[in-house]
Design a protein around this ligand. Structure first.
Ligand SMILES: Cc1ncc(COP(=O)(O)O)c(C=O)c1O
Length: 488
């Protein structure tokens, strides 16, 4: 890994001398051929297509460092307009309905992970302030969340010394519920992480019910537990697809929300957003002020320098699509999602693990096969083998396991993005069927696996595959030098 293909200089790892631009260009271009085609990367939520005009704006601002607010005031202006639009989209009370500017608070980040660090830090700092005012200890903060949270939540807890309290998932339930959170919440709880669009299956947690739980516990115990909504993907989907669903600042205990501009915000990688309910919910110690054209501009990021490109690209998408455009795209994605769910269900091979409502993701797992003995049998291959097989056709579908307590549930996921059409859906399903047909008939076993398989096969009528497996087993017994066989 990471071994350069040129002789290294004696003093450092760089080549001793440079090379002509066209040679280096070709060298790196060739190296990149090993990468998959982004449009076929169905593992990723991240945008893989933008219009040429957006790409032009990106190319024209590649050398702009966003933090140089004095030198690039238009970037700051564009950023603030985006924050204001998002705050309004998520019903922040800081943006009044009468059209006056209000005081929306938020910031662009490098992704949802940074946005979550900031949102969760504000929970911690507000909890500390609240406790200190009461003369109570602040040494044992904890955060309550479902075990399906993205790894960045775990990182937050470890980096910022907060105890992780997880509601485990279980087979059939892959999100957390308020009732399961209730016993984990106490006076040291800095807040709840509500996952609004699970990385595993796209499912939304019931933020409204979690909000009701916070109200109840806060009233009863004099606590101040609030919610950060991790809307990495859902916060750009729900406002357009499920406008009546209450998950945002319409709920009184939701104090901050993050979203990935580079997911369903429809911008290339490197952009997240975090927005606070209002300035009161952003603790003062987290704010750094910069002098911007004579006014004090709030700076709330973890890192300093960052490109202005994606902030500009986000503003392009907002102006280009408007509310109606985002809605149309989200509805299209939902149509494709439903088509894929139907087609996969119709193959008879899959159980769908995504829910009716959620982000445009289809998570599914292989069904067991009914044997003539009346029992359900696991296949001889799993989702990982299917993913491998599909890779040969160019598709990248992740196979993975559910979190602890349901880790035996293996699944695959297709993330539906703007550049994934109905025609591609149909091609994918055809390739999945072909891959299954192949796996059903061309499976290679070593001796140990073969013994296991034959053992499992006993007690039910032998199928064509079973017969050939047994034949192969006999072959193995006859010729012990043979290591493995193809039964068909
Ligand atoms: C629910 C959730 N939260 C957070 C993240 C992290 O987002 P980012 O990659 O923008 O940092 C992801 C990424 O997939 C996610 O699905």
């Amino acid at each position: 890994m990471g071994t350069p293909s040129w002789p290294a200089c004696a003093l450092c790892g760089l080549p001793p001398v440079g090379a002509p631009a066209h040679v280096v260009y070709q060298l790196i271009k060739d190296l990149r051929k090993l990468d998959t085609t982004p449009a076929l990367n169905l593992a990723s939520f991240v945008t893989t297509w933008m219009e040429p005009e957006a790409e032009k704006l990106i190319a024209e601002s590649l050398n702009v460092n966003y933090v140089d607010t004095d030198e690039y005031p238009s970037s700051t202006e564009i950023h603030n307009r985006c924050v204001s639009m998002l705050a309004k989209l998520w019903h922040s009370p800081s943006v009044p309905d009468d059209g006056t500017p209000g005081d929306p608070v938020g910031t662009a980040c490098i992704g949802s992970s940074e946005a979550i660090m900031l949102g969760a830090l504000s929970l911690k700092k507000r909890w500390q302030e609240f406790r200190e005012k009461q003369g109570k200890g602040t040494s044992k903060p904890n955060l309550v969340m479902g075990a399906q949270v993205h790894v960045c939540w775990q990182k937050f807890c470890r980096y910022f010394d907060v105890e992780e309290r997880y509601v485990p998932v279980e087979e059939g339930r892959y999100v957390s519920t308020p009732e399961l959170m209730r016993p984990l919440i106490d006076e040291n709880t800095i807040g709840i992480a509500a996952v609004f669009g699970s990385t595993y299956n796209g499912e939304f947690e019931d933020v409204e019910a979690m909000d009701a739980l916070c109200t109840e516990l806060n009233q009863k115990n004099g606590w101040n537990v609030s919610i950060h909504v991790d809307g990495a993907s859902g916060a750009f989907v729900a406002p357009f697809l499920y406008p009546d669903l209450k998950w945002d600042f319409r709920l009184p205990n939701v104090t901050s929300i993050n979203a990935s501009g580079h997911k369903y915000g429809l911008v290339y990688p490197g952009l997240g957003w975090v927005v606070w309910r209002d300035s009161e919910h952003l603790p003062e110690p987290m704010i750094f002020y910069e002098n911007y054209l004579g006014t004090l501009e709030r700076s709330i990021t973890l890192n300093f320098s960052k490109p202005a490109t994606n902030i500009i690209a986000q503003y392009y998408q907002f102006l280009r699509l408007g509310h109606a455009g985002y809605r149309k795209i989200m509805c299209n994605l939902d149509i494709v999602r439903k088509r894929l769910i139907n087609s996969l269900t119709n193959t008879g091979h899959f159980e769908i693990l995504s829910k009716e409502e959620g982000v445009p993701v289809v998570a599914f797992r292989l069904k067991t096969v009914a044997g003539s003995d009346g029992r359900e049998h696991h296949r001889l291959y799993d989702e990982f083998a299917l993913a491998d097989r599909l890779r040969m056709r160019g598709w990248v579908l992740p196979a993975y396991s559910m979190p602890a307590n349901a880790e035996h549930v293996k699944l695959m996921r297709v993330t539906i993005r703007e550049d994934f059409s109905i025609a591609m859906t149909d091609m994918l399903v055809k390739d999945i069927e072909d891959a299954l047909a192949y796996l059903d008939t061309h499976f290679t076993f070593d001796k140990k696996q073969m013994d296991k398989v034959v053992h499992v096969a006993l007690g039910r009528r032998l199928s064509r595959i079973d017969t050939s497996i047994l034949q192969a087993k006999r072959e193995l017994q006859r010729d012990p030098t043979k290591k493995d066989v193809r039964p068909c």
